[in-house]
Design a protein around this ligand. Structure first.
Ligand code: SAM
Length: 259
């Protein structure tokens, strides 16, 4: 269908509280094949589904990433993690995107470094299926963190990326309804202080990293000092990258050439 926004759709979205009703109406019209299709998409959006799950894609690092229902919607703030991973990856690097969700971060790195060897993994089967659509050039596994990766990768990985869950359990109730009701709890809940999964990512990284390899994780700015301590405990050298404008923080641990 034409992507010209229909005034009736704009009004319906606006009355449901959609702040960018005009823009959303255009995206919904472009995603619909028929008027009946459009009506169904509008109803899903009015019911509170994230726009990206309704239209089936999200923009990330200039790419169109497929987002299936029930899969975490990649956030713009995570583009910092992707940029840091691209900077860390040599053209032929071995890169692992853990907690890959839709595979957005891995896809961004692959777009910038098309000759890397890319692996991705997630514990949620819906995310794995979605990531396989976004990462046709990668091997995508289902399972807990590093456990599904081929053993042959031990000590060979140049860049481990993880945007895992990092919301403290008690703060889940404070999240916007779109996230709380339509994104899986496993994508959000990081345990009592939010860092259960990311600490495990960092603690197990040395076993997988090649000399001078890097592990990169996204967190909040307040959580970063705790992750820097985890990086030091793992015997890696820490660095923090922060972007005030996008409220993004990335903690990086580097394995020195000699340990
Ligand atoms: C915040 S979402 C981020 C997804 C994706 N990296 C992104 O930036 O869009 C966290 C993801 O971690 C996955 N996850 C949570 N715990 C996990 C675990 N123990 N092992 C593997 N994946 C896990 C969730 O299923 C979810 O897809």
């Amino acid at each position: 269908m034409s992507s010209d926004p229909d005034p009736a759709v704009i009004a319906r979205l606006r009355s449901a509280g959609c702040v960018f009703a005009e823009e959303e109406a255009g995206l919904l019209a472009a995603a619909a094949r028929t008027p009946a299709d459009l009506a169904a998409l509008v109803e899903l959006r009015v019911a509170g589904l994230p726009l990206e799950q309704v239209v089936g894609w999200a923009e990330f690092c200039g790419l169109r990433i497929v987002v299936d229902p029930g899969v975490f919607v990649p956030r713009r703030r995570t583009e910092l993690l992707a940029r840091e991973a691209i900077a860390a990856a040599t053209p032929s690097a071995v890169v692992v995107d853990l907690c890959c969700g839709s595979g957005a971060v891995g896809a961004a790195v692959f777009a910038a470094r098309p000759h890397i060897e890319l692996y991705a993994a997630d514990i949620d089967p819906a995310a794995v299926a979605c990531a396989r659509r976004n990462l046709p050039g990668a091997r995508v596994y289902a399972g807990d963190l590093y456990s599904p990766l081929p053993v042959a990768l031990t000590g060979r990985v140049d860049v481990v990326i993880a945007n895992g869950p990092y919301v403290p359990t008690d703060e889940i109730a404070l999240l916007p309804a779109e996230a709380r009701l339509h994104e899986p709890r496993v994508a959000l809940d990081g345990g009592p202080d939010g860092l259960d999964v990311l600490r495990r990512v960092i603690a197990d990284a040395p076993r997988w990293l090649a000399p001078r390899g890097h592990v990169l994780v996204e967190s909040t700015r307040d959580q970063a000092p705790h992750l820097v301590a985890a990086v030091r405990r793992a015997g890696l050298s820490p660095r923090v990258s922060d972007c005030v404008e996008s409220e993004a923080t990335v903690v990086i641990g580097t394995r020195e050439a000699r340990r």
